[in-house]
Design a protein around this ligand. Structure first.
Ligand SMILES: Cc1ncc(COP(=O)(O)O)c(C=O)c1O
Length: 442
């Protein structure tokens, strides 16, 4: 049945959706999030470096997040592959435990000497759920102060039991807490990132009743040192567990979590995503006083004990350090930003660029932004480039590829500017406008 639709992207998408609700396990991999209407390749046959081949064998250059930010060494990295093949040969899951877990725990504790113990899982969201469980267990409190996005689990989505808009400022607007027990209502207290007023009015007065304060040390910008230090002080004074979610931010600027360069230590930190260049593994590091509650409550899963994750994470961290990958990713971030800036300037478009260097995003300042970004993706695809409003730096974004992307940006920004002036941009769109967030979920 599947083979029948293999060469028709739209039919394949519809068929997939009919037997896999929502099509993908990740909201961000739905074709509507890039290009609705049937032209987005959606499925791949193979990938190498920043090249991805679709089911019809057409090759694309990936200038999006390259595996949702998971594959900074490029797809199918030879060194990671070698380790993965070796582990499969040894047996990747047995009655006994993989010794690489101990080595990886030691490595993470060496990088972050403030931490004393480590737990592993396989996804970011479940690692955050573990962190929250431990913080609640250690403090005997239920409430959580937080900002940002931290996964899909009940503890997080329960924020919107109070009202559907509570998560709007924290990455994904319009999320409905359907299926989340109503008893969790009012357990979540959101505050704004880098906002002194919210520290004074929300964090300070609520901290004494909260199990944890949770935030990413960097998202659209780095957290200010003053903001982080103040949060650290409040957490300490009120016996709250301070948790830094480094699932996206770590292993970018250097071979560690970003909080290290900011000079503020949490009580626990979580890692995931690129930690093994796309092989599933996540980690929680923390102070013994909280981590030891892992043995007092019940946290356990079979697939957290397989061997590919820790073995490939060790290989990734070693290669990251050896290459000084953080420096490379920052340099590439600078280059990508220059491309956008220059292309926008030449086309007379106003542009807003955000993010830490390896996680850069852009927005053309215009009230037709959803239309503009959909057109941008459409035209990039015609040139064999997978694109979006963000480009995460990748080791394999080599200069010859950057040049192709640069030329395409210049041409398409010029088209956007011309079509906006002539008021014909909408006519040039060959399908519907892309989905911008969770608010228009189908
Ligand atoms: C900061 C942050 N926390 C948690 C998550 C959830 O991780 P996962 O999708 O692996 O469950 C993500 C994923 O994008 C994230 O960026």
């Amino acid at each position: 049945m599947f083979k029948k639709f293999k060469n028709n992207k739209k039919q394949l998408q519809d068929y997939a959706r009919s037997i896999i609700p929502g099509l993908s396990g990740l909201h961000g991999k739905k074709p509507e999030m890039y290009l609705p209407g049937g032209n987005w390749p959606t499925y791949y046959s193979r990938a190498k470096g920043v090249n991805v081949w679709d089911l019809e064998g057409k090759k694309y250059l990936d200038f999006t997040m390259v595996g949702v930010g998971c594959c900074v060494l490029g797809y199918s990295d030879n060194d990671i592959n070698e380790v993965a093949k070796k582990i499969i040969g040894y047996g990747s899951l047995t009655t006994l435990n993989p010794p690489e877990e101990i080595e990886l725990a030691e490595t993470l504790l060496e990088i972050h000497p403030w931490a004393e113990q480590v737990k592993f899982a396989r996804t970011g969201g479940e690692m955050m759920a573990v962190a929250v469980r431990l913080a609640r267990a250690a403090t005997g409190r239920d409430k959580i102060l937080f900002c940002g996005y931290h996964g899909w689990h009940d503890w997080y989505l329960s924020t919107n039991l109070t009202s559907n808009d509570k998560l709007n400022d924290h990455l994904l607007p319009g999320l409905k807490p359907l299926g989340v027990p109503k008893a969790l209502r009012d357990t979540m207290i959101p505050f704004k990132f880098n906002n002194d007023e919210d520290i004074k009015n929300i964090v300070k007065p609520n901290a004494k009743n909260c199990a944890a304060i949770i935030l990413e040390p960097a998202r659209n910008t780095l957290a200010s040192s003053k903001f982080l230090k103040e949060i650290r002080k409040i957490a300490t004074e009120n016996n709250c567990v301070l948790i830094f979610d480094e699932i996206t931010s770590a292993w970018r600027n250097d071979t560690s979590g970003i909080h290290k360069e900011l000079g503020v230590n949490p009580d626990m930190a979580t890692f995931g995503k690129t930690m093994a260049n796309g092989i599933p593994i996540s980690a929680l590091i923390g102070k013994k006083s909280v981590m030891e509650f892992s043995t007092k409550t019940f946290i356990s899963s079979v697939n957290w004990t397989e061997r590919l994750g820790p073995a490939c994470a060790l290989a990734f961290i070693e290669k990251h350090k050896k290459l000084k990958l953080g420096e490379i990713l920052k340099e590439k971030g600078v280059r990508i930003r220059q491309i956008w800036q220059k292309a926008a300037q030449n086309a007379n478009l106003k542009i807003n660029i955000q993010g830490i260097l390896p996680l850069s995003t852009f927005e053309i300042k215009n009230n037709q932004w959803p239309l503009i970004i959909t057109f941008f993706i459409q035209e990039m695809l015609k040139r064999g480039i997978l694109a979006s409003d963000r480009c995460y730096s990748n080791l394999c974004h080599e200069e010859n590829y950057l040049k192709i992307y640069e030329d395409a940006c210049h041409e398409i920004f010029y088209q956007i500017s011309k079509y906006l002036r002539e008021e014909v941009l909408e006519e040039k769109l060959e399908g519907p406008i892309k989905q911008m967030g969770f608010s228009r979920l189908t």
